[in-house]
Design a binder for this molecule. Structure first.
Ligand code: TMP
Length: 238
């Protein structure tokens, strides 16, 4: 599949057209940002890890019944995906209090929930991706009621599946962010990526952070953490 013109460059990925109007190529960068682009840096090797991890997880999810945009890995950093129009929602599932949940509600990081929580942010950089509820999402016409229900169902299904998979790797899935898109016929599929950029992953025994929080919080050992979770996942799959 030939890479044609650059359609879009985001913070962590570039998106290219192909000669098939229904297919795109995503190219993962080593660039890292946090706090809506305020903090900038590089995580060497991140693009390769995020591409390969996301592809592995999406293939597993697809088999488990969650439709995704994944088609084929083209190179260590590049993947062919189905073209979607992104639903402008960040869909966040949490199993354990951390990050913005801990800050907003004054709950210590590490408090385990009885059941997963689901939240939506309005994907809008100018507004700083504000937290919204479902009636806000409907008022803003970001999705239909049926689409929101489908997204909710898939997000919880992804959580059940990935929580189990990561636990078999000795890793706790604390929380994560998903994005969904619409195919040209309106079908909702999982899009974007699932990686240490978009998940909180803690070592089961030590609770050591193995994700982008090491970059966000200047903890050091960022590259090692990404490599560590990727190698545990590879070992699990071997
Ligand atoms: P939060 O606690 O900062 O709201 O983050 C929740 C989860 O979403 C966490 O796993 C990191 C991920 N996330 C993204 O993927 N992109 C973002 O822009 C933010 C803020 C969080």
């Amino acid at each position: 599949m030939e890479q044609k013109e650059l359609l879009y460059e985001g913070k962590a990925k570039k998106v290219y057209a192909t000669d098939d109007p229904q297919q795109l190529i995503v190219a993962y960068k080593d660039d890292a940002t946090a706090f809506n682009g305020l903090k900038k840096g590089t995580i060497t090797g991140k693009g390769v890890i995020n591409n390969q991890m996301s592809n592995l997880l999406m293939q597993r999810l697809e088999k488990a019944g969650v439709p995704t945009h994944y088609i084929q890995e083209l190179s260590p950093r590049e993947t062919l995906v189905k073209k979607v129009s992104i639903v402008p929602l960040e869909v966040i599932v949490r199993n354990i209090a951390a990050g913005s949940f801990s800050k907003r509600y004054g709950v210590d990081e590490g408090v385990v929930f009885d059941a997963p929580t689901l939240e939506f942010s309005y994907k809008n950089d100018d507004l700083g991706d504000p937290l919204i509820n479902t009636s806000h999402a409907l008022a803003l016409k970001l999705a239909t009621p049926e689409e929101l229900e489908t997204i909710r169902k898939y997000a919880l299904q992804v959580n059940d599946f990935l929580k189990q998979l990561w636990s078999e790797c000795g890793v706790i899935l604390v929380d994560f962010k998903l994005e969904f898109g619409r195919l040209s016929d309106g079908t909702i599929v999982l899009a974007d990526e699932i990686s240490p950029d978009t998940c909180r992953l803690w070592d089961e025994k030590t609770h050591e952070k193995l994700d982008k929080d090491r970059f966000r919080r200047d903890m050091g050992g960022v590259e090692d953490a990404y490599e560590q979770v990727m190698s545990r996942l590879r070992q699990h799959e071997a």
